[in-house]
Design a protein around this ligand. Structure first.
Ligand SMILES: C[S@@+](CC[C@H](N)C(=O)[O-])C[C@H]1O[C@@H](n2cnc3c(N)ncnc32)[C@H](O)[C@@H]1O
Length: 253
C-alpha cells in the first residue's frame, strides 16, 4: 500500500502499483469465478519480515477468522463498548491512531490485503492497543454475515479505491445497494464517516448517502474533517499539491 491516489497524476491509470488493465483482467477472471462484482482485486502481497512476525505472534489474538455467521463481538473484545467498523484500512496507520485516541471504543478493521493486516498487527504490538480486531476478508461478506443489525455505533471508510475509469465505477464500494445494507447494521443515531480525495467519487458518495432514506447528513453537503481523523502523509502531500479531500458525515435516523 505504498500507492495512493495522491501519489499519482490525476489522469494516471496506475493504481496501487497495478495498471487498471491488469486489475481489469484479473477482476474479470475473478468476477466470472465468483459471479459477484468486487470492490478490490486480490494482489500478491509482499509481507515484510516484521509484518510476518506480527502475524505469527499476534494473529491468533487479534485476527478474527471469517465465518458466515454472527460473531460474538463482546466476547472477542472482552468487553461491551461502542463499536466502529472500518472498511479497507490499508496499512492501518489511521486505524491505530484513532484507536489509541479513543480507548473507550472498539474497532473492527476489515482489509483483504495481507501486508496491511501485518502492518496493523505490528502497530497493535508496538503501541499495546487492545481495542482493535481484524478481519482479513471481503467487507461486503463480513457485513452481511458477521455483524448483527443495529449493532454498530460508527462506520469508517477512508479513501476507498476510486476505480477511476467509468467502466469500473460499478466496482466502487459506495453504491445504493451496499449503503442500504450497511445502514441496517448501524444503530439509530450511529454515524457513517467517509473520506475521499477523488472529486468524482466524492460526488457519488454525497448523492448515494443523501438518497438513502435511513441516513441524514450532519452537514450542508461535505463535512469538515472531524478532529479524530488524522491527516495522512499522502493526504498532506496531496493538499500541498492543491488536491482536495472531501469528508462526509451522515447519521442513521
Ligand atoms: C485506497 S486503499 C485506502 C486504505 C486506507 N483506508 C487509507 O486511507 O490509506 C483502499 C483499501 O480498501 C481495501 N478494500 C477494498 N475493497 C475492500 C473490501 N470489499 N473489503 C475489505 N477491504 C477492501 C483495499 O484492499 C485497499 O487496501
Amino acid at each position: 500500500m505504498n500507492h495512493h491516489p495522491h501519489d499519482e497524476a490525476d489522469d494516471s491509470t496506475e493504481h496501487h502499483g497495478h495498471t487498471e488493465q491488469e486489475q481489469s483482467d484479473a477482476s474479470e477472471a475473478s468476477t466470472l469465478h465468483h459471479r459477484r462484482i468486487r470492490s478490490f482485486v486480490t494482489r500478491a502481497g509482499r509481507v515484510s519480515v516484521g509484518q510476518q512476525r506480527a502475524i505469527d505472534e499476534l494473529g491468533t489474538r487479534f485476527v478474527v477468522p471469517y465465518a458466515p455467521q454472527l460473531a460474538d463481538w463482546d466476547a472477542l473484545f472482552g468487553r461491551q463498548a461502542p463499536r466502529v467498523l472500518e472498511i479497507g484500512f490499508g496499512m492501518g496507520a489511521t486505524t491505530a491512531e484513532i484507536a489509541a485516541a479513543r480507548p473507550g471504543d472498539d474497532f473492527i478493521g476489515v482489509e483483504v490485503h495481507e501486508p496491511g493486516v501485518g502492518a496493523l498487527l505490528k502497530l497493535i504490538g508496538e503501541q499495546g492497543l487492545g481495542n482493535i480486531r481484524i478481519l482479513e476478508h471481503d467487507a461486503v461478506e463480513v457485513l452481511e454475515h458477521m455483524i448483527a443489525p443495529e449493532s454498530l455505533d460508527g462506520v469508517h471508510i477512508y479513501f476507498p479505491d476510486p476505480w477511476h475509469k467509468a467502466r469500473h465505477h460499478k466496482r466502487r464500494l459506495i453504491q445504493p445497494k451496499f449503503v442500504a445494507q450497511l445502514v441496517t447494521r448501524i444503530k439509530p443515531g450511529g454515524y457513517i464517516h467517509l473520506a475521499t480525495d477523488w472529486q468524482n467519487y466524492a460526488e457519488q458518495m454525497l448523492e448515494v448517502l443523501s438518497a438513502e432514506p435511513a441516513l441524514e447528513n450532519t452537514a450542508e453537503g461535505y463535512a469538515p474533517r472531524p478532529d479524530f481523523r488524522p491527516v495522512t502523509k499522502f493526504e498532506r502531500r496531496g493538499l500541498r499539491l492543491g488536491h482536495g479531500v472531501w469528508d462526509l458525515m451522515f447519521r442513521r435516523r
